[in-house]
Design a protein around this ligand. Structure first.
Ligand code: SAH
Ligand code: DHB
Ligand code: MG
Length: 237
């Protein structure tokens, strides 16, 4: 009989990438991602500052970059900045005059992100706000900062249902909503999970499914970050 894994190992399992998944990410990355001094410097700075290594992967960052391009988004909202890796990927795809608002709870993360964005020459395109997203989102609404063209939800998964509600409030017809990390090594199917992040994501999906203003899909993916996935939705009206 196989030995039981420690609970913590099971919890973190989605982060463990199989060698093949890494090799394929390396193959695609070598072909499709040119050497990028600013993104590489940002990753080094994030690790040097001890930020958790949960930035989107380089290929996922390119995916977000392309989404911003393909939608022609001029106003982007990101919930969960960390060190600004995904922020850089998206900000670079904005047209002239485009702007990204990004929300981060941890002042230390925001400080590292600000330095990375400055180094990438992108500070003027980014409005980085520090605080709990659930406190900052009503401020954005009161400021009439929306509607946003693309909204990337990537913070504390526990609050994903509320983030989806706010995304709808700050959207227009055609807004694209991307929710990161919705698979978590397949744990999303465990209705009885005691993990608050899984429960938050499942409640987010319940709302997504019940919301007539949204048309949505979700994809599983593997790669250097292990086995995870994302949800993608468009606002119909
Ligand atoms: N989008 C980033 C990764 C974000 S990691 C990238 O791909 O590069 C998730 C971030 O959300 C962390 O920095 C964490 O501090 C932040 N966060 C957690 N809870 C939050 C909250 N309530 N409000 C805002 N940010 C939060
Ligand atoms: C975690 C968070 C993320 O945003 C991510 O992409 C991967 C992992 C986490 O909290 O473990
Ligand atoms: Mg994420």
């Amino acid at each position: 009989m196989a030995p039981r894994k420690a609970a913590s190992a099971v919890r973190q399992n989605y982060k463990v990438a199989q060698p093949k998944w890494k090799a394929v990410d390396r193959y695609f990355g070598d072909l499709l991602l040119p050497a990028d001094a600013e993104l590489e410097a940002a990753l080094r700075a994030n690790r040097a500052a001890g930020l958790p290594a949960i930035d989107v992967s380089p290929l996922q960052g390119k995916f977000l970059h392309l989404l911003v391009r393909m939608t022609g988004a001029r106003r982007v909202l990101e919930i969960g900045t960390l060190g600004g890796y995904s922020t850089i990927c998206m900000a670079r795809a904005l047209p002239k005059g485009g702007r990204i608002v990004t929300l981060e709870y941890e002042p230390r993360h925001a400080g590292v992100a600000r330095a990375n964005l400055r180094n990438a020459g992108l500070l003027k395109r980014v409005d980085l706000r520090v605080g709990r997203a659930l406190d900052l989102l009503p401020v954005l609404a009161a400021e009439r900062a929306g509607p946003f063209d693309l909204i990337f939800i990537d913070a504390d998964k526990e609050n994903n249902p509320q983030y989806l509600d706010w995304a709808l409030k700050l959207a227009r017809r055609g807004t694209v909503i991307f929710v990161d990390n919705v698979v978590r090594d397949g744990k999303v199917v465990d209705a009885k999970s005691k993990d608050k992040d899984i429960q938050g994501t499942r409640r987010m999906f319940d709302r997504m499914a019940a919301e007539p203003r949204l048309s949505a899909t979700a994809l599983q993916n593997v790669g250097v970050k292990g086995y995870d996935g994302f949800a993608l939705a468009v606002v119909l009206r």
